[in-house]
Ligand binder design. Structure first.
Ligand code: GLN
Length: 497
């Protein structure tokens, strides 16, 4: 039997081979860089820096040779272009930051580098992480002259999901064994589901937000995306942990070895199934795949418990008030003064602000800034923003009520499989509605993940969402790993890849 190609190895297996020096970090990096350059048509990558990548790889090889290997030494990964990086441009998918070079690395980037991972490049995403289809990026991907949407490797006429669409597409197309993403309202889970990979968003506050270009600060959270739960656990162990000097919302909860409990039995695990996640809006093909996954869990010894999350529907208006409110404040820093784009011709200072922001931001970002400014304005604050905050609390309480009778919650990630490019691009509300199943967990700050659970219409992947209680990442990864030991959905590959 021929040994599998490097890009088919899991992170766990690749790390083992690197440490045994069966393959060098430089070879691994070159292999993936070659694949990325040979197949730019997905539009997943927006920046490479071969020199920086190979320098990191050489350092990893030296540590390994000296017997000082670190957990992820030599494993190539790529970052969503919402994390700032010293060695690559950092754009957040926005013209506002085109060509912007950060003087420092985000904490997540630093932590992965400290664990030995080698950065391959930066991945396309929706502008400031606003979107569900990765059609909102204003940056031309590598190999393109003009901005272009990321394509889904399973069907290039479809979206990869968003906002971490480049991240998900890169893993599915085996352009990177693992990547980072961020999730504000579903941006790790939904693209993972659309591209047939695994992704986890930890409890809000477990991963530092330092150097993550801010969208909605009370929701933004980083996490890994890879083919399996086992691989996600390896990255998550490196990413999490307090960052008290740099992110005041990072929690004082020590990093954990998320790989330790992966094989624990899930006999007797109580899986809550929320009635509201299986209503009319759920497409029959997605429902069938999710039902199949739940049956598999029963075979593995878990018990299904009917639960209710009565305010699921309200999570859409609540999120689309709170997230834009925070965005309108966060994005006020892009004023043409300190960094980023500045309009060329302008009159006075106000004119400079106006022209800079009109030119630098795309339509979706402008829409959200306007919604945000409106809901925070005098006279509307109480009616919208305050009300939304109250319901947010009730949504979080509903979860605590549900967790009295179950250990994890399971359901679909999105109502449908990945849609066609352009299908919803003229209709922002259609995009917002598709976030219904990921928003409740985000508003509550709970950990959540998506794992491949089957296939639906057009042979497109369907993800199963697992939501845990606060700090329940280990349990989620354990439940996902046991499922992946019994099924092979996560091992299937898009045609031609
Ligand atoms: N789709 C949601 C939005 O557009 C979530 C995005 C995210 O999680 N970054 O806001």
């Amino acid at each position: 039997m021929t040994s599998p190609a490097l890009h088919d190895l899991s992170v766990a297996e690749l790390a083992r081979q690197l440490q045994k020096r069966e393959v060098s970090a430089v070879e691994a990096a070159q292999h993936f860089l070659g694949r990325i350059q040979a197949a730019p048509e997905l539009g997943a990558f927006v920046a490479l820096n071969e020199e920086a990548t190979l320098a990191q790889a050489r350092a990893a090889d030296e540590r390994i040779a000296a017997g000082q290997a670190r957990a992820l030494d030599g494993v190539p990964i790529a970052h969503k272009d919402i994390f700032v990086t010293k060695n690559f441009p950092s754009t957040a998918g926005s013209k506002m930051l085109a060509g912007y070079q950060s003087p420092f690395d985000a904490t997540v980037v630093t932590r992965l580098a400290e664990a030995g991972a080698v950065t391959l490049g930066k991945l396309n995403c929706d502008e400031f992480a606003m979107g569900s289809a990765n059609e909102n990026s204003a940056i031309a991907p590598l190999g393109f002259e003009q901005p272009a949407p990321v394509r889904n490797p399973w069907d290039s006429s479809r979206v990869p999901g968003g906002s971490s669409g480049g991240s998900a597409a890169a893993v599915a197309a085996r352009l990177a064994p693992a990547v980072t993403g961020t999730d504000t309202g579903g941006s790790i889970r939904q693209p993972a589901s659309f591209c047939g990979i695994t992704g986890i968003k930890p409890t809000y506050g477990r991963a530092s937000r330092y150097g993550m270009i801010a969208f909605a600060s009370s929701l933004d959270q980083a996490g890994p995306m890879a083919r399996s739960a086992e691989d996600c656990a390896l990255l998550l162990s490196a990413i999490c942990g307090p960052d008290p000097d740099r992110d005041s919302t990072s929690l004082d909860v020590p990093a954990e070895d998320f790989s330790r409990g992966l094989n624990d039995s899930i006999e007797g695990l109580r899986i809550g199934v929320p009635a509201e996640f299986f209503g009319e809006g759920l497409a029959p093909d997605v429902r069938a795949a999710v039902d199949g996954a739940l049956k598999e869990y029963e075979k593995l010894g878990a018990t299904l418990v009917p639960i209710s999350l009565p305010r699921t529907e309200l999570s859409i208006p609540v999120y689309y008030i709170i997230a834009p409110a925070e965005a309108s404040s966060n994005l006020s820093r892009f004023d043409g003064v300190k960094f980023g784009h500045r309009a060329k011709d302008y009159g006075d200072l106000t004119d400079m602000y106006k022209k800079t922001r009109a030119e630098g931001f795309g339509d979706e970002v402008k829409r959200r800034i306007m919604i945000g400014a409106y809901v925070l304005s005098h006279g509307y604050y109480d009616a919208y923003y305050l009300q939304a905050q109250k319901i947010r609390r009730m949504i979080a309480d509903d979860f605590q009520q549900a967790f009295k009778s179950c250990d994890v919650i399971a359901g679909p990630v999105a109502p449908t499989v990945a849609w066609k490019l352009g299908e919803k691009s003229a209709d922002p509300v259609a995009n917002y509605l598709a976030d219904i199943f990921t928003l409740p967990g985000s508003l509550a700050g709970l950990p959540g993940m998506s794992l491949p659970a089957g296939f639906g219409e057009g042979g497109m992947p369907v993800g199963l969402q697992l939501i845990g209680n606060y700090f329940g990442e280990s349990r989620l990864l354990n439940a996902a790993h046991r499922f992946q030991q019994a099924t092979d959905f996560h091992l299937r590959r898009p045609q031609g890849i």
